[in-house]
Design a protein around this ligand. Structure first.
Ligand code: UT7
Length: 321
């Protein structure tokens, strides 16, 4: 019996029109363009309109991914949305997206793994397809982190942006996705969190993102290196067989440290954080789509995707385009 694999059949992304530069932030915060760029690599980020919820961003990115796949929306038989900024407590953003796409009946659910969410969603969809439970999965990362930032906290608000990225993952007789490794360690939950919830009509705790930047930085560099080696081993591949590295786009210094530790040349590193900021679960599919559409990442090339973030969660996927 022939084995089933999954491959990326189409990519898409969407960035809100409004661009916020470092200079704009420096006008009302005790920060500077120079500090933000030197410490993070970020020059600007996109900010959604008040009327644009995650499902709207997801819809625009999904339409582009479905169009690129050459499929009709009706062919999608699984929808996974990775988000930490859902439209509502429930229903899931995936269900709202499903209705906006004009399709029904296929399973649709959200994945909550913060900045690792897209890699978690992709690995989940790959397993559905390998098991024969889906043929064409839509996997989306969509975020409006601008809504959960304390715009007076210079240590966090300069880092994030809004956006969405999507892929269509289709069944195929060859990989596609070679291997995925997902990890989490809830003991580190406190270093990156939005420690609040709704209770009796009130917010209990804080509705704002809180981060111990230094600790997140150190842990991210450590686990991204570990998981890169784990996913290469799982796929039976060498670093030299990797054409592109797309790590979660949080800080260019974390990404450069990861590439250096791996022994991967700087020019194999995909960087979009300079223009997008950290878009959490959307960052990896946004960077992937931008590189595919620019003709930089080409069919047949091998890409390592990496997520890392709150939870603490991390993971990696190795894929041939
Ligand atoms: O998406 C999930 C993953 N998230 C991440 O990967 C983020 C990981 N962390 C980081 O990227 C970095 O830790 C930051 C960019 C957040 C901070 O950079 P850092 O080099 O770790 O700086 P720091 O937190 O040690 O702060 C250094 C100084 C502090 O001042 P003092 O205490 O030394 O006087 C901060 O108050 O920089 C100050 N600072 C700022 N100054 C100007 C913090 N934020 C700002 C700012 N502008 N926006």
């Amino acid at each position: 019996m022939s084995r089933i694999f999954s491959r990326i059949a189409g990519t898409g992304s969407y960035l809100p029109a409004r661009v916020m530069t470092n200079a704009e932030l420096a006008q009302r915060l005790d920060t500077s363009d120079q500090w933000i760029e030197e410490r993070t690599g970020i020059r600007q980020r996109h900010i959604a309109e008040q009327s644009q919820a995650s499902s709207e961003l997801a819809l625009a990115a999904s339409r582009r991914a479905i169009e690129a796949s050459g499929l009709q929306a009706q062919a999608i038989d699984l929808i996974i949305v990775a988000t930490s900024t859902p439209d509502y407590v429930f229903p899931s953003t995936a269900c709202l997206l499903q209705a906006k796409l004009g399709i029904a009946n296929c399973p649709a659910f959200d994945v909550q793994a913060v900045c690792s969410g897209f890699v978690y969603g992709l690995a989940t969809a790959d397993n559905f397809i390998r098991a024969g439970a889906a043929k064409h999965a839509l996997v989306v990362g969509a975020e409006v982190f601008s809504r959960i930032l304390d715009w007076n906290d210079r240590g966090t608000c300069v880092l994030f942006g809004d956006g969405a990225g999507a892929v269509v993952l289709s069944a195929c007789d060859r990989p596609g996705i070679h291997a995925s490794v997902l990890r989490a360690d809830g003991r580190h939950a406190g270093i990156l969190s939005v420690p609040g919830n709704l209770c009796g009509g009130k917010i209990v705790g804080s509705p704002f993102l809180q981060m111990q930047g230094n600790q997140v930085f150190k842990l991210a560099v450590k686990v991204l290196d570990e998981v890169a080696h784990e996913v290469l081993a799982a796929a039976g591949m060498q670093v030299a067989e990797v054409d592109w590295l797309i790590p979660h786009q949080a800080n260019v210094r974390i990404m450069e440290a990861t590439a250096k530790k791996l022994g991967l040349p700087r020019d194999k590193l995909v960087v979009t954080v300079d223009r997008h900021g950290n878009t959490s679960a959307a960052s990896v599919p946004l960077a992937l789509d931008e590189s595919v559409r620019a003709g930089k990442i080409r069919p047949g090339q091998r890409v390592m995707l990496q997520g890392v973030g709150g939870g603490f969660t991390w993971g990696a996927t190795l894929v041939t385009m």
